[in-house]
Design a protein around this ligand. Sequence first.
Ligand SMILES: [Zn+2]
Length: 543
Amino acid sequence: MKKPLGRFAYLVILLAAVSSTALAERRERLIDGWRPVHFDISLAFNDSLSELTSVKTDVTVTVLKKDIVMIDLDFGKMPVKSVLVDGSVARFAQHDDKLDVYLAGPATVGQNIKISVEYSGKPLDGLILVKDADGLPSAIGDNWPDRVHNWIPCFDHPSAKASVRFTVTASSRNSVVANGKLESRRENSDATTTWVWSEKNLISPYNMVVAAGQFATAELKTKAPVPISYYVTQSDRKHAEQGFSPAGPAVTLFGDLVGPYPYEKLALVVGATKFGGMENANTIVFTPNLFKDFLTAKPRSQRYDVPTGVETVVAHEIAHQWFGDSVTEATWADLWLSEGFATYFAGLFVEKTSGPMRFRSYMRDNAKAYLEYEKRKRTPIHDTETEKLLDLLNPNNYEKGAWVLHSLRGMLGDAVFLNGLKQFYLSRRSGLATSEDLRNALEKVSGLDLKEFFDRWVYKSGHPIYKVSWTPAGANSIDIKLQQTQPDDAFLTPVTLEVVTAKGAKRIKIVPTGKESSMRIRSAQPRRIVVDPDEFILKEVVE
Ligand SMILES: [Zn+2]
């Protein structure tokens, strides 16, 4: 998700944050009595894409608990015409964004039930029916975090992953793309075309998407392990090939680092999303402003001659295909497994294609954004309290999450760290993951106990503020003292210090045991001592 291109989006979040106090545990709707396993959705649009003239959604659900007599689907305000359960007319009630469907009798555990819902109209949200930047009609799904139930009856939580098939009929002027593989495209006698897209992998409700419009569309001329196509406005056509030139190399790099690209195609759409980019499984939607000032915007990526904002948002949303889409956060508190990973992998892409200095500056920008945010709000990355899900799109989940990964890389070394991420991905792909799953995977490959690290960095708030000093200890030795001056608990993460003397520099490592640690080393009088010279820790250093 949802990486905002500018920082202004955070400001809104910050203002909201200071005016509200969140103390209670957030209630999340977690899977309990039943779960969806497959959606078969047939949508027909009117000629101007301003309304759904008819929709039939078949949801197959598996019953998980004894004596279930009712399936309470999440569903918005579109009036329901009829509901069938396994082909027979069923009683239903629509209220408060719910569609209660009554079964003929108690279901048995493990039983699959097909619920068919017919409805029509204009959804209040989730499927955005607006004119594109050229003034042409368009229809774009934009569902994060829980807006898809405005147009598809479902279980609107990321853990409710299912396969999905979209059958979409629209005026033949349009192109239509949706999750998965194009199964068929049929022209009808009434100047409409019916497109069938089918996703066999399990995806989260917020990742289910349809995009229809009079797009300029083509396959990218790029080397990549999967076909990549773009769907942009006619006026953006001239920028699409170059603008999306980082996409192929990003798919290739992440595939090499983590595991094969999880899906059968990648579509890059520019259209109505409220985010900078939305990572819908294999059908990413980028903001209509993606290519604004494309030729002049600065700073630019020298490698691709595109604005750096375009390069990183493209890499970020592509990284989500592995982290967020394939391996999905099990609860909203685990969102950093999606956003922190996408932020960090966009950095790895920059490091690979533009070198370590640009990567360092990317990570410094991330640190700056986080430290600004922390001044206003101190919550842990693993946030179980914030009520408004959109408020979770904050620098804890993005920037600090990326830094937590970077610190783990510093502690484990590149090879072990990357192997750990690979094992984490492979063991959870197409499924769900918690922060503990990540810890377990990294502990397994490294042999380290990472409990304290995760407790401090992920489950508690704040960052270390280091102060380093030294005193002579005899002729050839000094005592180095490392203090942590932050108001809350100590960080026990090992800290590298570079001691610079007239004779040169040498490095030592201090493993703090509390807020104050000291170490005696053989050394001449230091000219200066640099804390964390390789910049692996999200920190401040004070004199
Ligand atoms: Zn994201």
